[in-house]
Design a protein around this ligand. Structure first.
Ligand code: 5GP
Ligand code: ZN
Length: 109
């Protein structure tokens, strides 16, 4: 499968890594829209978007949110951050590998 985030997870395309464990990778977005703009992905291509979240892959999604909370606490932005996922091209999704944007470090509208 020709997938940018699978290639990043495999290390075939370099990324600025923030956190990594067996199943999850967090790296900096190449075009940040906030002082902190991380992308959080399952290393495995378990879903192309949030529309494919199911009971089967829900455990990795839950793990992703625990990782986000841990990073927010560790980096000191737990009191103000945003998590979002674009689902479908019409919603702005450009990479079809489930991912969550973590934005922090500014005042949001
Ligand atoms: P989406 O638009 O699908 O919600 O989010 C995809 C994100 O991936 C965008 O914010 C875009 O800036 C980021 N992105 C695209 N290509 C690369 C890349 O090669 N490296 C990194 N680190 N981020 C990328
Ligand atoms: Zn993928």
């Amino acid at each position: 499968m020709d997938c940018l985030f699978c290639a990043i997870a495999a290390g075939e395309i370099p990324s600025s890594k923030v956190y990594e464990d067996e199943t999850v990778l967090v790296f900096k977005d190449i075009a940040p829209v906030a002082p902190i703009h991380y992308l959080v992905i399952p290393k495995e291509h378990v879903a192309s978007s949030a529309a494919e979240i199911s009971e089967t892959n829900a455990p990795i999604v839950a793990h992703i949110f625990t990782v986000i909370a841990q990073i927010a606490a560790k980096e000191g932005f737990a009191d103000g951050f945003r998590v979002l996922t674009n689902c479908g091209a019409s919603a702005g999704q450009t990479v079809n590998h489930l991912h969550f944007h973590v934005l922090a470090g500014k005042e949001f509208e």
